[in-house]
Design a protein around this ligand. Structure first.
Ligand code: ADP
Length: 259
């Protein structure tokens, strides 16, 4: 009985160990699959501008007698696709560095009000082109310990999206204020909105709600993934509320001190 009991408890220990190890592997397996998906999506996205560049260059070569004016359309496409690829590579590098924990923040006191005003200034000309009204309610001289370049990048991503997904005649509003220990930034638009089933996926890498609209405006589905990474690297939170056909609001909360 003692020998049998010993064997049974040994088997139970081995079995328990096996199942525990298998359970511990689940997150590793999931992370590995996510990484594989990222590489495969990235390769797929890179292939399309390369095909565009190659085929247009090849067609131009077939007609050496054509003038630059006659080929201006193809040259334009080559330039657009090259720019798209540059943007894509730069986004992929940011995310790859963040995955490898190699993207350190350059922390210093930052006047976030000034950062927002600067980004808003650069979008002012787009206001007229897109026939949108951009309004701002930013408390002056709000300061936090942060990476200025990254916060700038974050605001560009959110404003760029608000402009991209809001039809002419719409409104975009930015607000920024401080609570006890946080700076709260919101970017709200009266655009096309996001459906409830897409809402939880907007921060996923390569997620694009409306592929045609997003691609048309140069979107690759990495902007919000980078935005989320920037906010979380600053120990903050980013949230989204949206109603289809009515508009979207992104809210960010970042601690004033980084500790
Ligand atoms: P993209 O390059 O496609 O804009 P993002 O990661 O910035 O990629 O956004 C992911 C998706 O989230 C977009 O394709 C779009 O469907 C949706 N989205 C983002 N911002 C907005 C917004 N302000 N209004 C409506 N939809 C948005």
């Amino acid at each position: 009985i003692t020998l049998g009991g010993g064997i049974i408890s040994m088997i139970s220990i081995v079995l328990a160990g096996y199942f525990l190890a298998k359970r511990a592997m689940i997150p590793i397996q999931a992370a590995w699959e996510k990484q594989q998906q990222f590489v495969s999506d990235a390769s797929h996205e890179l292939r399309s501008p390369i095909t565009g560049i190659y085929s247009n260059a090849e067609l131009m070569l077939r007609h050496p007698e054509h003038t630059i004016e006659e080929e201006s359309h193809r040259i334009n496409t080559i330039m657009k696709e090259s720019m798209r690829m540059t943007k894509l590579i730069s986004s992929l590098l940011t995310l790859a560095r963040s995955d490898a924990n190699k993207a350190e923040l350059q922390l210093a006191p930052v006047n976030i009000s000034e950062v927002i005003e600067a980004v808003v200034g650069s979008f002012k000309s787009m206001e007229e082109i897109n026939n949108l009204t951009l309004t701002v309610n930013v408390k002056p001289n709000l300061e936090l310990i942060a990476d200025k370049e990254r916060l700038h990048q974050l605001m560009v991503i959110l404003l760029d999206n608000a402009f991209k997904y809001t039809p002419p005649g719409g409104k975009v509003h930015i607000s920024c204020f401080q609570t006890d220990k946080h700076v709260i930034i919101s970017v709200q638009d009266t655009g096309c909105g996001i459906s409830p089933e897409n809402l939880p996926r907007v921060f996923d890498r390569f997620f694009r709600g409306d592929k045609a609209r997003s691609r048309e405006s140069g979107g690759i589905g990495l902007g919000l993934a980078i935005a989320k990474w920037i906010v979380e690297k600053h120990k903050g939170k980013i949230g989204v509320e949206s109603e289809l056909g009515r508009g979207t609001k992104f809210t960010i909360s970042i601690p004033v001190t980084h500790t």
